[in-house]
Design a protein around this ligand. Structure first.
Ligand SMILES: *Cc1c(COP(=O)(O)O)cnc(C)c1O
Length: 491
């Protein structure tokens, strides 16, 4: 190894990155490939001898690029995968370059303070209590886990039980109340926390998968003892938001009746709506809850991976997560140490990307980005509904569009919907994924990227109609779209 290896590696990596971004707007959005095809290129016997670092990187870039999905493309609408803001990207390059272990201030003063600033900005941006504590984790799954761990600590402590010291054996039961239609990561967190997925007290969801409030109130009235209610900001299928004010009221009554109560919100998709004044109605009462989880890598458009866990009750958050060891230097900077608020020990400085994203956009830019996502989702809904070939089955209040394609006579609707989704994926103009909703197959469109503009939506709808027609064995319908003005420019 020599010092000038860094230069030689950058000499191949930087042009590869430039090439990627240059091609990004027009390249296939998803590779049409198979594991066998990729293995044929990268899977070789473990080498005995080494290869010079620049060659390794150059070959990786050359060999793998054709098989990389363009998640940052403005026409990637699969799952809920955010785009990538240029400042966040640049920050990630620096974080990778510096290779900091950001668990504590002592080993890494600089990025720790940047993360402190980033988390304060986030809390302010989302209108949450200024004293709230924040853990930066790998994603929404771990943010839900972290918040629910704090919730478990607090409701049991209020019931006279120290779960951190004594575990769950012999503890009073904890009722975890969630709705049908909750994200699967809630059940998984319940498993990790020993609460048991099967023991979740399930409340009905309405036609948008929001809590049916009367059912929630009735359920709470029938429960006594430590209770955690798990609400949602941005359902993964419908984009719907629970009615937080009503849920906070119900929780207050439950608490007043002597039951330790905590309300958590899974905001992986939608918490950022709180940064947009035009979405204020959706998030009314959000600031009255006890914990909030969200993703940096979804609508905030920072790089993977980045999740955010926010708690009103710092002591519970700290009790659930902190760790002490004689060989560590803790509390050195007089600030909140990351290690006390997230489940990782060593960790990547993922808050630096948040800092950069918020500086690039500012408050106004974040609001505009969120509003653009909603506007583009509505454009999809309007164009697809107008086509006569598809029905939009959700109320498009945010970034998610749930679509049911109308099959030709005699064709099974589920088979047809899956075939249209598969055809769009193969076509490569855009990428969408499918879901089962109310027992039937649907197409999901998730607009989660700053780069998605009207032209992307129109091109995608045209491609979808072409794919649907070809699956149906008809001729493609003529494009019925106006050519829209260009794509959004960043502030
Ligand atoms: C994506 C998602 C999660 C999980 O987030 P990850 O970042 O993938 O761990 C949790 N809840 C909802 C509603 C989601 O959409």
């Amino acid at each position: 190894m020599q010092g000038d290896d860094w230069d030689a590696v950058l000499d191949v990596a930087v042009p590869a990155a430039r090439r990627w971004f240059t091609r990004l707007p027009e390249r296939r959005v998803h590779p049409d490939t198979s594991p066998e095809e990729i293995r044929a290129v990268v899977d070789r016997p473990l080498p005995d001898a080494g290869t010079p670092a620049p060659d390794v990187v150059a070959e990786l870039a050359r060999d793998l690029e054709p098989f990389i999905a363009a998640h940052a493309s403005g026409r990637y609408f699969g799952f809920v995968i955010g785009g990538l803001l240029p400042a966040a990207y640049g920050a990630e390059l620096l974080v990778a370059t510096w290779d900091q272990n950001a668990g504590l201030y002592a080993p890494t003063p600089g990025v720790t303070v940047v993360e402190e600033t980033a988390t304060r900005w986030l809390v302010e941006l989302l209108g949450l209590p200024p004293s709230a504590s924040v853990g930066l984790v790998t994603g929404g799954q771990m943010a839900n886990f972290t918040c629910l761990a704090a919730a478990r600590d607090q409701v049991l402590r209020d019931a006279g039980w120290d779960v951190e010291a004594d575990g769950l054996a012999g503890a009073p039961p904890v009722h975890l109340v969630a709705k049908a239609g909750r994200h699967v990561t809630i059940g998984r967190a319940a498993r990790f926390l020993g609460l048991g997925e099967r023991r979740i007290v399930e409340v009905a969801g309405d036609d948008q998968d929001r809590f049916v409030l009367d059912d929630l109130r009735q359920t709470l009235a029938g429960l006594s003892g430590p209770t955690i209610v798990c609400a949602e900001a941005g359902n993964v299928n419908t984009g719907a938001f629970d009615r937080f004010d009503a849920i906070a009221d119900a929780a207050e009554r439950h608490r007043a009746a002597g039951n330790p109560t905590w309300v958590h919100v899974d905001g992986a998709v939608g918490l950022l709506a709180a940064a947009s004044p035009t979405h204020a109605r959706l998030v009314a009462g959000l600031d009255r809850l006890d914990s909030w989880s969200t993703d940096g890598h979804k609508l905030l458009n920072v790089a993977y991976d980045c999740g955010i866990a926010v708690c009103r009750h710092e002591a519970a958050h700290r009790a659930a997560m902190s760790v002490r060891a004689d060989y560590l230097i803790q509390g050195d900077g007089g600030l909140r140490e990351a290690m006390d608020f997230n489940p990782e020990f060593s960790r990547r400085a993922r808050g630096v990307g948040i800092y950069a994203a918020l500086r690039q956009l500012g408050r106004a830019g974040v609001a505009a980005m969120v509003e653009q996502a909603t506007a583009m989702a509505r454009r999809f809904a309007a164009e697809l509904a107008a086509s006569g070939h598809a029905e939009v089955v959700n109320d498009v209040v945010f970034n998610q569009v749930l679509v049911r394609w109308r099959p030709p006579a005699g064709v099974d609707p589920d088979t047809y919907n899956d075939a249209v989704v598969a055809a769009v994926q193969r076509d490569g103009t855009a990428y969408v994924s499918g879901t089962t909703w109310r027992g039937h197959r649907h197409m999901r469109i998730s607009v989660s990227n700053w780069a998605t503009g009207a032209r992307d939506v129109d091109r995608t709808v045209t491609a979808m109609l072409r794919c649907a027609a070809s699956v149906a064995g008809e001729d493609a319908p003529a494009s019925r779209h106006r050519v829209a003005a260009g794509n959004p420019r960043l502030a």
